[in-house]
Design a protein around this ligand. Structure first.
Ligand code: CA
Length: 299
């Protein structure tokens, strides 16, 4: 496949290679405490929570880094405030190849916004994986595609490779996986196991290690233009998680060994998959997909 010329519907500026930031609790709103009356229905309701209808506004202006929060251009959003019943028209649970102890539930004991979030109980070992996938995405996702989601981890990322976000790439018919390794956030390309950043000491230092037990705003952009991939955590671009088209040692050199790499995501899965033995519990809230940067200030 050939990379396309560098002009698309949006003109997101190339992210600066800023020094690595290590967010702790920065930028994340505290979770809303749940009233005692809602605790009883927490955590164990199987399935996912439907929510507000998706918005579609493909003509919306591109958001800039300076003023990201905007509902414009969203093709899907959910604050997971539903009543706990599964909406089979909106989500499905996916456990490719095998399933085990992984569980997804609506949780009224913790939320980034409102009263509820989705809780993922992910086990160690591949087959204890579990993901939820929006079914009602447009057949053609925006290019570039921007995703924003708030994530909270019960345990910090470990040494082993894990995935908490997967997107199917139609160009390679394989997944792009956002997760962790070496205690930091990484991207992994399923087709050849390339990582972003490279897992050298210098590369690892260019990513971030989100603190456990607090909400983090995770955003990424995947597109056919340059840069092809950018990632922000708690409103700061992560220097080690950017594919800018120029192979950089410790960052995207390994990734760009596929010189024609260009992703075309066709879905989104959130959950947990552990290729070693690390189990974890995660919460997801305030998911949004759009054609421009969404930012951490909007729901
Ligand atoms: Ca919520």
């Amino acid at each position: 496949m050939e990379p396309s010329a560098g002009s698309g519907p949006n003109s997101e500026p190339v992210p600066e290679r800023t020094p690595p930031s290590v967010p702790l609790d920065a930028g994340s709103a505290p979770a809303m405490p749940a009233p005692a009356s809602s605790l009883a229905d927490a955590a164990t309701v199987p399935g996912q929570v439907p929510d507000a209808a998706a918005l579609a506004n493909p003509d919306a202006a591109t958001a800039s880094d300076a003023a990201p929060p905007s509902a414009a251009g969203l093709v899907f959003s959910d604050s997971f405030e539903g009543n706990g019943t599964l909406d089979p028209a909106r989500y499905e649970i996916v456990t490719p190849s095998c399933s085990g102890t992984g569980l997804i539930s609506s949780d009224a004991t913790d939320a980034h916004s409102g009263m509820r979030s989705l809780r993922v109980q992910g086990g160690g070992g591949y087959c204890n994986h579990v993901f939820f996938r929006p079914k009602a995405l447009p057949a053609e996702l925006p290019d570039p595609l921007y995703v924003r989601v708030f994530v909270k981890l019960e345990q910090a990322l470990g040494a082993g490779h894990v995935t908490f976000v997967a997107l199917h790439d139609a160009h390679e018919d394989k997944d792009l996986r956002l997760g962790g390794q070496n205690q930091v956030v990484i991207w992994n390309r399923e087709s050849d196991d390339a990582t972003l950043p490279e897992l050298s000491p210098n590369g690892t230092a260019l990513s971030v290690a989100p603190a456990a037990k607090s909400w983090h705003c995770v955003e990424w952009m995947i597109g056919s233009q340059t840069p092809g991939l950018s990632t922000w955590v708690d409103d700061a671009v992560v220097a080690g998680l950017v594919v800018d088209g120029q192979p950089t040692a410790d960052v995207d050199r390994q990734w760009l060994r596929k010189t024609d790499w260009q992703a075309k995501p066709t879905d989104l899965r959130l959950g947990w998959e552990s290729y070693g033995d690390q189990a974890n519990t995660l919460w997801f809230d305030d998911l949004a997909l759009g054609a421009a940067r969404i930012g951490c200030g909007s729901r």
